[in-house]
Write a protein that binds this ligand. Structure first.
Ligand code: CU
Length: 176
């Protein structure tokens, strides 16, 4: 009897481990492969949110991410974060973001990112937010952003910076 209980416990544990796989959801569009599309829950009342994903160009010609759209947002822009006189600022990439052949470009909270402007409703943890990306060559590509918790770590974000990053810390460089 004990043996059975132990087996069951093991099975349950395994089931749990496999229930939360690192989902390698891929979206392919021509030569582009898009993975790890995610976002962060937005604080109450926030009008902007981020969109993060990894784009790999398996082709032999460059492509460019020039913009996007989402039902949840009035506008979607491609932004970059950059240090300017010691202050982290962000600005829209007017020319879009080039993905060179053979290269992988990561959009993250600390670098290039999608900016969802004029949010119509908050992004909630667990939501899947459909976003349509627009590439110069690959055209329109639908992805869905997996919304993580408000404090979901960025690549180098420190715990104390998380509340500032979302709206206030990001806004000096932009007019909204
Ligand atoms: Cu931005």
């Amino acid at each position: 009897m004990k043996q059975i209980a132990r087996t069951l416990a093991c099975t349950a544990l395994l089931a749990c481990l496999f229930a939360v796989p690192l989902r390698a959801e891929e979206v392919k569009a021509g030569d582009l492969v898009i993975t790890r599309s995610w976002s962060r829950a937005t604080p109450h009342g926030a009008k902007t949110g981020g969109g993060y994903l990894t784009i790999e160009n398996k082709g032999s010609a460059p492509d460019r991410l020039i913009g996007g759209s989402a039902d949840v947002a009035g506008k979607v822009e491609v932004h970059e974060m950059a240090m300017n006189n010691g202050v982290m600022m962000m600005r829209p990439l007017d020319q879009g973001l080039t993905i060179d052949p053979g290269k992988t470009v990561k959009l993250s909270p600390v670098g290039y990112h999608l900016m969802l402007l004029d949010l119509k409703s908050p992004l909630k943890q667990g939501d899947k937010v459909p976003v349509t990306l627009e590439f110069e060559k690959a055209g329109k590509v639908k992805v869905s952003l997996d919304v993580q918790g408000v404090g979901a770590p960025g690549l180098t974000a420190t715990p104390s910076s998380k509340s500032k990053t979302d709206t206030k810390g990001m806004s000096p460089g932009m007019k909204m």
